[in-house]
Design a protein around this ligand. Sequence first.
Ligand SMILES: *[C@@H]1O[C@H](CO)[C@@H](O)[C@H](O)[C@H]1NC(C)=O
Ligand SMILES: *[C@@H]1O[C@H](CO)[C@@H](O)[C@H](O)[C@H]1NC(C)=O
Ligand SMILES: *[C@@H]1O[C@H](CO)[C@@H](O)[C@H](O)[C@H]1NC(C)=O
Ligand SMILES: *[C@@H]1O[C@H](CO)[C@@H](O)[C@H](O)[C@H]1NC(C)=O
Ligand SMILES: *[C@@H]1O[C@H](CO)[C@@H](O)[C@H](O)[C@H]1NC(C)=O
Length: 350
Amino acid sequence: MRSVLLAAGAALLGVAQSLNVLMTNDDGFGTANIRELYKQMSALGHNCYIVASVTDQSDVGGRVEFTTSPKLLVDGEWGIVKAGAPSLGTDPNDSHIWYYNGTPATQVLVALDYVLPTFANFDIPDLVISGPNFGWELGPFLYTISGTVGATYAAIERGIPAIAFASGNDVPIPYYWVNATTTVGLQDPATITARLAASFIQSMIDKAAGSRVLPKGYGITINLPHITSYTSDECTNPPFVLSRMAGNMSTDKAMYDSSTGLFNYESGGVPAMRQCRNGNCSLPGEVDVLTSGCKSSVTVFTLDYDISDNRVCVNITDLTAVTLDEHAEHSGHFGSDFEHHTRCLFVVLK
Ligand SMILES: *[C@@H]1O[C@H](CO)[C@@H](O)[C@H](O)[C@H]1NC(C)=O
Ligand SMILES: *[C@@H]1O[C@H](CO)[C@@H](O)[C@H](O)[C@H]1NC(C)=O
Ligand SMILES: *[C@@H]1O[C@H](CO)[C@@H](O)[C@H](O)[C@H]1NC(C)=O
Ligand SMILES: *[C@@H]1O[C@H](CO)[C@@H](O)[C@H](O)[C@H]1NC(C)=O
Ligand SMILES: *[C@@H]1O[C@H](CO)[C@@H](O)[C@H](O)[C@H]1NC(C)=O
């Protein structure tokens, strides 16, 4: 019944492609943003599965961690599933919504290698969507730390296009706190955030016209502004601005407290590297986009982390001092050839 209704809805909207979509996040499977985006993407006619953490798993980057307990030792977030339930299972009300007790990158692996091939009508999703996160993930420092983004590169490494979303509304709420209207008569910020995300994704799908949404190795990270619809319509329809990750950015600072002997962090306390090496250096940094008003940043990234600038010579003379394990496959030859041919990591081209 469900798929018939969805197909009819898709036909009315004139949607050509119905994609198989895996959705995840780092705030957990019961939070409002992912559930609202799941509703919007399903309403657009896509076949969506959520596989996301049973608890909040923020700030763990791309770490993979499988639980060692077959059952949950504590209640899942918001008490949606209780202690004693299996470590992997479905939402009580929706068989397309799964939770697993692990980090966000782990969700992608569990989904691709077990949940989807076993329980869905497809094995490999056409697209992985992560988020929208509650709270921004701006700049390379947060790209590395964010569990939301960590889930995307787990997918991109498997050749699957992936898009991460983050929102300036940074207090996670459960899905059942989303109201049809706020006290000022506007949609809930989670609904608006999801609508903006879904419209971006759908325009990418339309543009791809049946081929991959993104080339292999590429991903997109999008930061949406703080949606003001709890109190006003001041920021409810932000434009998307093409941006770059390495712009005017900062990193955290370690703050030593001599009274406790402990450290804490000062968020964004240090200006960071502002060197443009890859991509279009004329694009604005995503920090500047988000701090300059009601706009969303759209940054395209690739997992080819190797430097693209072939004019730079990085000397590697110290490598000759490295003793290579002769039994390790390839390493002996690699070392001697390397030393013999060049001391530069890149050939300097004219
Ligand atoms: C499942 O749906 C029912 C009825 O809509 C609702 O009362 C209940 O709270 C839902 N359960 C969860 C865990 O959300
Ligand atoms: C939704 O409305 C209920 C009252 O009906 C309120 O308690 C709740 O805080 C509202 N949710 C949000 C996110 O404002
Ligand atoms: C960099 O960002 C900081 C904080 O947002 C701002 O005060 C400063 O003006 C920015 N610098 C440039 C060069 O844009
Ligand atoms: C680089 O970005 C600038 C600013 O958005 C734009 O005008 C220009 O066309 C871009 N260049 C390329 C090669 O995409
Ligand atoms: C690398 O070593 C060469 C020769 O010793 C030297 O001329 C060159 O400046 C060095 N390059 C860098 C980037 O340090």
